[in-house]
Design a protein around this ligand. Structure first.
Ligand SMILES: Cc1cc2nc3c(=O)[nH]c(=O)nc-3n(C[C@H](O)[C@H](O)[C@H](O)COP(=O)(O)O)c2cc1C
Length: 205
């Protein structure tokens, strides 16, 4: 039972969340967890202007995902930063290259789930995840979120990401806030939950 975690991260927030998702997925017996980045679409020059070069270097050891790898997974957890309330262009471009899989129905019946990061608390985390689900539904994924059995999403004693739609982190206006313990716990929960469902489905004759 293979769980693929595929993400884009410019400054490392989604990357950190992806690692926590992987930790959670690994807790499910018999799950093989594969961590991948989607291809970059921006030039070195633009990444430099966006102050992302150092962060990109720190993630360079994560292999870049191919479209073919989507087909090999039983479950896919997608991670994307919020861009104007939507997924980032790098993820969009990656998904737009999956038309061949759509034609074959190759992703139908796989488990799909989304997590995200945004700078501001109400800057579009939910719209990013929910609009991402549209693509997953077109591809025939069984969409899974972050159920309220992860009670950390009800916390009122601190600012936190996380909603029934998926785990998330709030990076802060200047991007200096890294995922909190509660947000990482949400990511681990989602990883475990998705892997658990995929394991049950893969046992179904
Ligand atoms: C073009 C652009 C659009 C963005 N749009 C939003 C937005 O709509 N809401 C928000 O809160 N943050 C927005 N951000 C901030 C990113 O969500 C933030 O940089 C990201 O969550 C950090 O995650 P990462 O380090 O994994 O890239 C935007 C950033 C860029 C560069």
């Amino acid at each position: 039972m293979r769980v693929l975690i595929v993400y884009y991260s410019m400054y490392g927030h989604v990357h950190r969340m992806a690692a926590a998702v992987a930790e959670g997925a690994k807790e499910v017996a018999a799950s093989e967890v594969v961590l991948r980045r989607v291809p970059e679409t921006l030039s070195e020059e633009i990444l430099g202007k966006m102050g992302a070069v150092e962060a990109q270097k720190s993630m360079a050891h994560i292999p870049v995902c191919t479209i073919a790898e989507l087909e090999t997974a039983d479950a896919v957890l997608f991670g994307t930063p919020t861009r104007f309330g939507n997924m980032c262009g790098q993820m969009r471009q990656f998904l737009d290259a999956s038309g061949g899989l759509w034609q074959k129905g190759a992703l139908v019946g796989k488990v799909g789930s989304v997590f995200t990061s945004s700078n501001t608390q109400h800057g579009g985390q939910e719209s990013t995840i929910l609009s991402f689900h549209i693509t997953l539904l077109h591809q025939g994924f069984i969409v899974v979120g972050l159920p309220y059995t992860f009670q950390g999403q009800m916390r009122m004693d601190e600012i936190t990401g996380g909603s029934p739609y998926g785990a998330s982190t709030i990076a802060g206006a200047d991007g200096s806030r890294m995922p909190s313990e509660n947000e990482l716990a949400a990511a681990r929960f989602q990883g475990r939950h998705v892997a658990d469902i995929a394991a049950k489905l893969s046992r179904t004759p």
